[in-house]
Design a binder for this molecule. Structure first.
Ligand SMILES: [Zn+2]
Length: 364
């Protein structure tokens, strides 16, 4: 069975296939040309990685009877949807054939792991969850309730050492000179450069990643996202500032949660399987646009997390300069909340006129 370095998207496994050096004209699975081939008849380098990952799964027949049905899935779907190991161009049959060939021995001893539904037993193990879940009761909603209505500044509903560890896996470096954008709805004349940055402390209102009074510079990676994020209306004028980064910085890239490889050395696969959903929720919550009916209290859970990330130190200095997250208004866009606004300097402002808007709706 042959497949290639393009069939796999996992960042740890790809270089292993490339390192084998077997360059061929085309891949029999994905059809890509001039690729590095992994041939299960002659190579065995990947087997151990998959066997280790498979260890966290238990076949349906061996799971305790109270294990929730909705947490049972086919291994193929786990490998593609939870772990994003294979290219999404591959069909589930192709992924199935690849893992069966890679783990041929395991298949002989335990075919139900591959052919029946499987589950992660610890997902239903209260003791394990207590020690390893990012959220104490394993529920985002409980955490939200706790910080909104019970204990705002010293919540014991979130395991901060676990959050700290994850941040180190999703670090992203931005180099000096990087350009990002911030927009403000303005008049036709636009705002001068010195009014395009984050407002002064006494005028700062609450945002997804900052409490009232704490300055934070919200930037986007392109003009479109900027216009979407400020929710400009039809015929509005929008001043868009171009911001240049003054020094190299490290941010926590929440978007990268889905792409942390389970094969990183020393990485706790089981713990990650349990927390991935919570981490994705944090990314989504920070990027979520508020509706008019929402209250500022709805910002508190993500402010709590942003404040914690801001407090992480490395050798006595702040480790992270901000958080990067997906825009939920412009799905291809990226946003950054920068904790130290002075890291960026506004170098130019242009005024745009919004000529057209597109509304999309669904009946509820
Ligand atoms: Zn391929």
């Amino acid at each position: 069975m042959k497949f290639c370095n393009q069939c796999i998207v996992d960042g740890e496994l790809k270089p292993i296939i490339e390192g084998l050096g077997q360059l061929e004209n085309s891949c029999p699975i994905c059809g890509k040309r001039r690729v590095f081939i992994y041939d299960t008849d002659i190579h065995s380098e990947l087997t151990e990685y998959f066997e280790q990952l498979l260890e966290i799964y238990t076949p349906e027949s061996m799971l305790p009877s109270e294990f929730p049905d909705e947490e049972k899935r086919l291994l193929v779907n786990e490998l593609t949807d939870r772990w994003h190991i294979f290219s999404n161009k591959l069909t589930s049959t192709e992924v199935y054939r690849i893992i069966r060939a890679l783990c041929a021995e395991k298949y002989t001893s335990m075919p139900s792991l591959f052919d029946a539904r499987v589950g992660i037993a610890e997902l239903n193990d209260k003791e394990y969850l207590q020690d390893h879940s990012l959220l104490r009761s394993n529920s985002w909603d409980d955490f939200v309730k706790n910080v909104k209505n019970h204990n705002r500044f010293h919540s014991n509903h979130i395991e901060l050492t676990v959050l700290n560890r994850y941040c180190s896996f999703i670090r992203k470096v931005y180099k000096k000179g990087t350009i990002l954008y911030r927009g403000r709805i303005s008049s036709e004349d636009g705002f001068p450069i010195d009014q395009m940055g984050a407002p002064p402390s006494d005028k700062v209102t609450a945002g997804r990643a900052n409490s009232a009074g704490i300055r934070c510079l919200y930037l986007a990676n392109d003009l479109d996202t900027t216009v979407h994020e400020i929710r400009a209306g039809i015929f509005d004028y929008v001043s868009i500032g171009k911001f240049e980064l003054m020094q190299d910085i490290v941010v926590v890239d929440l978007k990268a949660i889905d792409h942390i490889s389970p094969f990183i050395e020393g990485f706790d696969k089981l713990e990650h399987a349990i927390n991935k959903e919570h981490l994705n929720r944090i990314n989504m919550e920070i990027g979520r646009a508020l509706r008019r009916s929402d209250s500022v209290l709805d910002y508190i859970p993500t402010q709590y997390i942003a404040d914690f990330i801001k407090s992480i130190l490395h050798e006595g200095k702040p480790e992270y300069a901000g958080i990067e997250y997906n825009s939920t208004i412009n799905l291809t866009g990226q946003n950054l909340a920068i904790f130290y606004p002075e890291l960026f300097v506004c170098t130019d402002v242009e005024v745009y006129h919004i000529k057209e808007l597109e509304y999309k709706k669904e009946i509820i």
